[in-house]
Design a protein around this ligand. Structure first.
Ligand SMILES: C[S@@+](CC[C@H](N)C(=O)[O-])C[C@H]1O[C@@H](n2cnc3c(N)ncnc32)[C@H](O)[C@@H]1O
Length: 377
């Protein structure tokens, strides 16, 4: 598929492929083997799916698993930025090259290690397609067994598929997290990508590290453990695509108080990084319940680290009363959010009497020892 003839076939499939692939496959099989016909169709399908992760997807090569495991381009670029200017770096589990190609844009020599020969071939093809293959070397093998050269820094994104049953057990990663953390014995700077659901304090034990939680478009999908010379703080939350970053270094606030004129939902990266009080200190906000990750304030906060809602009314939780107030405000459509509330949005919604032209956000939560619904614009 990398030859000119293969590229022409891919372009043809791209033009002709619709929902039903049978007509395209039938026509292709007149010209190429059934195996190649299937691979061409699969590649075009995966390229279309990959656009969400890779702006350049139309020229890249994937397998289904390789695409699913690959880091999205904005996240990979953000992580790679800390490798900028380093001469000898490695991606020790390169998959189809999502991170490795981002590293190649900013670092000198990039060694890519991968035990799956197909993934390694696709990583090489993707590096060539993106024009970053110069300075990259590709090594097939088990990274825990191959001798590694002297490196300035290493990146590793262990496979978490095996760990799916035990999503929070990092010893089920391939290679296991303890092996990844051990890399710091021989490499001065190490970055390990992990699940954002990881209990990072337990997993790290006494290993000094900076834990970075990264969200993309409001979803916290990635976490990176920065080790050795990469460490700049203890915890960091980064919000992409904006690129804003908040660390634990700076003023935090334990203030608790009444719900004010604005109710704020911190970005999930801030919550997972345990930086809600730090954000409160940064923006002069307070919590209204020590266990709940909402913030509140009296002036409108402008920050990439939260979504702010203007408070209309705070109601102690009572369905009848809530329906009376919704009717009085003419609220016919609602967005429901909850934290520390007994009903899920799906359980609450059918109980609401919604009539009228207006929209509101209902924030269902806990206040001291009772439950409240905060009606917000
Ligand atoms: C999560 S994927 C990496 C995705 C990559 N960061 C990207 O953005 O495309 C993990 C990869 O590690 C590889 N892998 C797992 N254990 C390995 C080992 N012991 N040695 C080399 N590669 C390994 C898997 O084959 C898989 O391709």
């Amino acid at each position: 598929m990398q030859t000119p003839a293969g590229q022409a076939l891919l372009a043809r499939v791209e033009r002709e492929l619709g929902e039903d692939e049978l007509p395209v496959l039938t026509r292709l099989r007149r010209d190429v083997t059934p195996g190649l016909a299937a691979a061409l169709v699969e590649t075009v399908r995966l390229r279309r799916r990959a656009v969400k992760k890779f702006p350049a997807a139309a020229s890249l090569f994937f397998t289904r698993d390789g695409l699913e495991m690959a880091s999205a381009a904005p996240v990979a670029a953000h992580t790679a930025a800390r490798f900028a200017g380093l001469a000898r770096v490695a991606d020790l589990c390169c998959g189809v090259g999502g991170d490795a190609t981002a590293l190649a844009r900013v670092a000198g020599q990039v060694l890519c290690v991968e035990r799956d020969p197909l993934n390694l071939a696709l990583a090489r093809a993707n590096a060539t397609a993106l024009g970053v293959a110069d300075g990259m070397t590709f090594l097939a093998g088990d990274v825990t067994a191959v001798p590694l050269p002297a490196l300035d820094a290493a990146f590793i994104d262990p496979s978490r598929r095996e760990a799916r049953a035990a999503a929070r057990n990092p010893e089920a990663y391939a290679p296991p997290l303890s092996w990844c953390l051990g890399l710091r014995q021989g490499v001065p700077r190490v970055a390990v990508k992990v699940s954002p659901a990881l209990d990072y304090d337990a997993a790290l034990g006494d290993v000094p590290a900076e834990v970075e939680l990264v969200s993309l478009a409001g979803e916290c999908k990635e976490a990176v453990l920065w080790l050795g010379g990469f460490v700049t703080c203890t915890r960091r939350a980064t919000v992409l695509p904006v690129g804003a970053t908040l660390t634990d270094v700076g003023l935090a606030s334990d203030a608790l108080g009444e719900v004010g004129a604005w109710l704020c939902e911190p970005d999930p990266a801030v919550i997972r990084a345990h930086l809600v009080q730090r954000l409160a200190g940064e923006l002069g906000l307070r919590r209204f319940d020590a266990e709940i990750a909402y913030l509140t304030g009296d002036a409108e906060p402008h920050s990439p680290f939260l979504t702010a809602y203007r408070v209309r009314e705070v109601l102690p939780w009572n369905l009848k009363r809530l329906n009376v107030v919704l009717a009085a405000h003419g609220i016919g459509r609602v967005t429901i959010k909850k934290r520390g509330f007994p009903l899920t949005p799906d359980e609450l919604r059918p109980k609401l009497k919604l009539t009228g032209p207006h929209h509101a956000t209902l924030i269902c939560t806990r206040l001291w020892d009772g439950h409240v619904v905060v009606i917000c614009d």
